[in-house]
Design a protein. Structure first.
Length: 288
């Protein structure tokens, strides 16, 4: 489901090229790109620019209607909007799609202001978050969705990939369950932070604000050096995939500002310990 429009565009452009009997090398020469980029476009790894799409359709002598449809597909692919009820229809959940995206990544940068990122959640924390999701999962489906989310975390132990997390203190204090749940979750974050390919920064509530980012986002840097970076954004109503280079640059520009607001290493551990002490001071809750 995720990245479906860019894959659909790539398949359509490939169909047009093959229908015209035009070799990829010749097409590349005509529109001024490399043959490898033609392959990446057709596989959905790279989005072509609008001029490249119009050049492509002209090179294959596509009709005006076909050319207009290809341009419309390209424009739609630059920001894909997948309403949750539509995205999950017939799929159950998107964890497998996200796992495939992460599996093809070189680096993943996650900013989260409201809750612990999925890649860092304990199983019980994840289960409670999944149970709160709207549109609601059927009760029998919750264990499977939770397991799929936890399975994604195996990627953290692949030294060939890099992960950066910036989490606000408010997100670490958001509590979907009893104090014992949160203590286990804070321990999990401290443990993952010891991995050599993972950097976890915490933005203290006392930090001076250098920027305002009202929602979480994930920047995906593909392992294929020729593939384009993109951004995933979860909203209440939909999942957004941002592929436009200019818009991706806006998210990239936020990252160093958020980094400056965060603390790392011993300072982050001290902050986690302080939050844990506050959690321990809270009364235990029965029946949760």
């Amino acid at each position: 489901m995720l990245l479906s429009r860019r894959r659909r565009l790539g398949a359509e452009l490939r169909r047009l090229r093959e229908q015209a009997g035009l070799p990829g090398r010749q097409l590349a020469e005509q529109i001024g790109v490399s043959q490898s980029k033609i392959s990446r476009i057709e596989s959905g790894a790279t989005l072509p620019t609008i001029p490249e799409v119009t050049g492509w359709t002209a090179a294959v002598s596509a009709s005006e209607d076909v050319a207009s449809r290809a341009v419309a597909l390209a424009e739609a692919a630059y920001t894909e909007v997948h309403p949750w009820d539509v995205a999950m229809r017939g799929h159950g959940h998107l964890q497998d799609d996200i796992q495939q995206i992460e599996a093809r990544s070189r680096a993943v940068l996650v900013y989260e202001p409201t809750l612990v990122p999925g890649l860092l959640q304990t199983a019980e924390y994840a289960r409670r978050v999944v149970a709160m999701f709207e549109p609601a999962y059927a009760e029998p489906d919750i264990p499977g969705v939770t397991a799929s989310r936890v399975d994604r975390q195996a990627a953290l132990f692949d030294p060939a990939r890099e992960f950066g997390f910036l989490i606000t203190e408010a997100a670490l204090r958001w509590r979907p369950g009893p104090p014992s749940l949160m203590l286990a979750q804070l321990d999990r974050i401290a443990s993952v932070a010891t991995l050599g390919n993972v950097v976890i920064g915490v933005v203290p509530q006392s930090a001076r604000a250098l920027t305002h980012v009202p929602h979480g986002f994930v920047v995906i840097e593909p392992a294929d050096p020729g593939a384009d970076a993109f951004v995933l954004v979860e909203t209440v109503h939909a999942n957004l995939t941002v592929s436009d280079a200019g818009q991706v640059a806006l998210y990239r520009a936020q990252w160093p500002l958020l980094e400056q607001m965060a603390v790392y290493g011993p300072d982050a551990r001290d902050l986690l310990s302080g939050i844990a002490a506050d959690v321990r001071a809270q009364p235990a809750e029965d029946g949760l």
